[in-house]
Design a protein around this ligand. Structure first.
Ligand code: M7G
Length: 188
């Protein structure tokens, strides 16, 4: 018997590359799945993030949503961003926890507010993120951020921030103003 998942998912891979190809040309959809069995068949054999070359990414998004700011499902949205220190050697474990949480409906009533998850392999400071559909829904996004931290058992004292894709795509440098943070900061 097969066990259907709540949503149909697509895994994308972005290959780090120094050629003249655009960001979008380096982004490839590598698999689609919609059952528990297909999920394990794929992830049992997939190269773990920490073994990828620096600059590569994985994106797991609902089938039909391109993992880009420009997609209509993402363009009003944003992301919770967690920096993962290489030295802690937690990246692969965190990525698997996040995969299981999103595919296994552990975001509960927020399932429809989530577009996908991302791992950016960047060497010293790798990044994990959860992309949500609407950057203005603070209560929803805070609920998602709390589950994100819980599933990965990130200590309460460690801060994660939520930024809108509009802000991230218009940034002039690496500083994007956070719209939300957890733990919450007064007046934010
Ligand atoms: P990143 O890979 O998210 O972060 O963005 P990084 O700074 O850690 O590498 C790097 C660059 O990739 C951006 O400045 C954009 O040029 C491109 N890029 C990333 N994303 C997520 C998008 C996207 O959704 N759309 C487009 N057009 N470019 C993107």
């Amino acid at each position: 018997p097969t066990h259907p998942l709540q949503f149909r998912w697509a895994l994308w891979y972005l290959h780090a590359d120094n050629s003249k190809k655009s960001w979008e040309e380096n982004l490839k959809k590598i698999a689609v799945f919609s059952t528990v069995e297909e999920f394990w068949a794929l992830f049992n054999h997939l190269v773990e993030p920490s073994s990828l070359q620096r600059g590569c990414d994985y994106y797991l998004f609902k089938e039909g949503i391109k993992p880009m700011w420009e997609d209509t499902a993402n363009n009003k949205g944003g992301r919770w961003l967690l920096f993962v220190d290489r030295k802690a050697k937690k990246l692969d474990e965190y990525w698997m926890e996040l995969l299981l949480a999103i595919v296994g409906e552990q975001f509960e009533e927020y399932g429809n507010d989530i577009c996908g998850i991302v791992v950016n392999v960047r060497g010293k400071a790798d990044k994990l993120s959860v992309w949500t559909a609407d950057a203005n829904l603070d209560e929803v996004n805070l609920g998602i951020g709390k589950i994100f931290k819980e599933k990965l058992t990130i200590p309460d004292t460690e801060t994660i921030q939520y930024e809108s894709h509009k802000d991230a795509s218009h940034r002039q440098n690496s500083n994007v103003k956070a719209r939300l943070s957890l733990p919450q900061i007064e007046g934010n």
